[in-house]
Design a protein around this ligand. Structure first.
Ligand code: SAH
Length: 244
């Protein structure tokens, strides 16, 4: 899987792409990230990438010329690459979108700066606009990292055990159950007995209930979309009764 990142701050990505799960996936060649410095596609002596907005108002806008050249460059061996603009106006990124996108092979991510990019770039080149939440960042770079990280986790081989992504929050449609590790007792709090029982069926049942409970408490909206067994439904009814 290849990610081309178009940015005016190429150094931004140096250490995040070297560390942890993503760093390892890149080293193994499972994920290929190419940083494209937008300034390499400017044509003037000052390597200009922005200008004042038509119609007035505060801030600057990224000019379309260099962006067009950078996108064309990234697309030259692969016309089908998916062009994504990071933008607070985009569709809000979530696990479902991440899963859909993980089926694709090649992405070109455009990191906006200032007030954003000239709208004609969106019209001519952008396949989708993605937001990472209802807040405003000063640039698309952190958002690009978030999206690359989330999609890469779903690529086979990127996580040590493939199992771990399947159990993650949202993957099951629910938030994940709580985790415990050593020591058995910490600050007067013991690990729940069931986890020490060695009874895998019982542990699985407990984890399912804990996941249902935490989702019911924190994100009841998620329960509408998840597939529930009769046992799950009975447990949720019980929770609702207790909450009345
Ligand atoms: N004037 C714009 C905000 C520009 S912020 C507006 O009000 O919509 C500068 C750049 O940061 C944007 O072009 C975009 O690339 C990035 N950005 C800001 N917030 C973001 C978010 N929530 N998700 C993804 N990208 C974001």
């Amino acid at each position: 899987m290849t990610f081309d990142i178009i940015t005016i701050f190429p150094n931004f990505f140096e250490s995040p792409l070297r560390e942890g799960v993503l760093g390892r996936a890149i080293k193994k060649g499972l994920i290929n990230v190419r940083i494209i410095n937008l300034r390499d596609f400017t044509t003037d002596r000052h390597r200009t990438t922005d200008d004042r907005p038509y119609g007035g108002g505060p801030g600057m806008v990224m000019i379309p010329g260099p962006l067009k050249e950078a996108i064309t460059h990234a697309k030259k061996d692969d016309k089908d690459a998916t062009v994504i603009l990071l933008s607070p106006r985009g569709e809000v990124f979530d696990h479902e979108i991440s899963r859909e996108l993980s089926k694709k092979e090649h992405f070109i991510l455009i990191c906006g700066r200032y007030e954003g990019v000239d709208e004609r770039i969106v019209k001519a080149f952008v396949d989708m606009e993605l937001s990472i939440g209802d807040f405003v960042l000063s640039g698309g770079e952190p958002a690009a990292l978030v999206i690359i990280d989330a999609i890469s986790r779903l690529v086979p081989g990127v996580l040590g055990k493939e199992e771990s992504a399947k159990e993650d929050s949202f993957a099951t449609g629910l938030l994940e159950y709580p985790h415990y590790t050593r020591p058995r007792e910490f600050m007067g709090m013991a690990v729940p007995d069931v986890l020490l029982s060695g009874d895998h069926k019982k542990i699985e049942g407990w984890r399912r209930k804990e996941a249902l409970k935490i989702t019911f408490e924190r994100r009841p909206d998620l329960l509408k979309r998840v597939e529930l067994s009769e046992e799950d439904k009975a447990f949720l009814e019980e929770l609702k009764r207790k909450n009345r």
